[in-house]
Design a protein around this ligand. Structure first.
Ligand SMILES: Cc1cc2nc3c(=O)[nH]c(=O)nc-3n(C[C@H](O)[C@H](O)[C@H](O)COP(=O)(O)O)c2cc1C
Length: 188
């Protein structure tokens, strides 16, 4: 079934729809139930995408790992809002909406690092990555792969530039494989 699909990513964290994924994405038991249900219907790897709109991201990550998630991806967007001071109305149709891009990077990096300490499954890190330097930070924090969203709106060629920059960084630092960077943050 669906031979071209390598894995399924469950977005239990969309903040942009009323009564949407955010309900599952902020409740560890509900997120775990979604993972279990999905796993019972597919043999493909299930990636669970976490919301940053929680107090304790580690509890969420542990819950979905225990439920069988093969990979965890994070972060989705942070809840934000904006008000037009002339009309005094919210700018967004849904009043609140997802905040992404460079401003969320420190939050995303912190959460990737925290989750990497707590789970065994691989992590796909994202949130505000706009350069190869950002990408290196996510690998060092514990991501095994990265994703780039908002930066594509600013520069559609950004992912190619990030790949080129990563390649140069590896060569210059005599690192054989990108996986050799994963989790190699030095705290001492
Ligand atoms: C316009 C837009 C649409 C998005 N749509 C989705 C979506 O459908 N499903 C999803 O899981 N995440 C969605 N996201 C979240 C991104 O995949 C990503 O997790 C988040 O924006 C943080 O990464 P970034 O700062 O690189 O964009 C969307 C983000 C943006 C900006």
């Amino acid at each position: 079934m669906c031979p071209g699909v390598a894995a399924l990513e469950l977005n239990v964290s969309c903040p942009n729809v009323r009564e949407g994924g955010i309900v599952f994405g902020t409740d560890p038991k509900a997120a775990a139930a979604v993972v279990r249900e999905a796993k019972s219907h597919t043999k493909k790897p299930v990636i669970l995408k976490l919301s940053p709109n929680v107090t304790d991201i580690v509890t969420m990550a542990k819950a979905v790992e225990a439920a069988g998630a093969d990979v965890i991806s994070l972060i989705n967007t942070l809840m934000g809002m904006e008000i037009n001071i002339r009309t005094r109305k919210p700018t967004l149709g849904n009043i609140t909406g997802g905040l992404s891009g460079p401003c969320v990077k420190p939050v995303a990096l912190r959460m990737v690092w925290q989750v990497a300490q707590a789970v065994q499954v691989p992590i796909i890190g994202m949130g505000g990555i706009t350069s190869w330097e950002d990408a290196v930070e996510f690998f060092l924090a514990g991501a095994s792969a990265i994703a780039v969203g908002t930066a594509n709106f600013m520069d559609p060629a950004v992912t190619m530039k990030i790949c080129d920059g990563l390649n140069d960084y590896l060569v210059q630092n005599h690192i054989d494989h990108i996986q050799d960077l994963v989790g190699k943050i030095e705290l001492g």
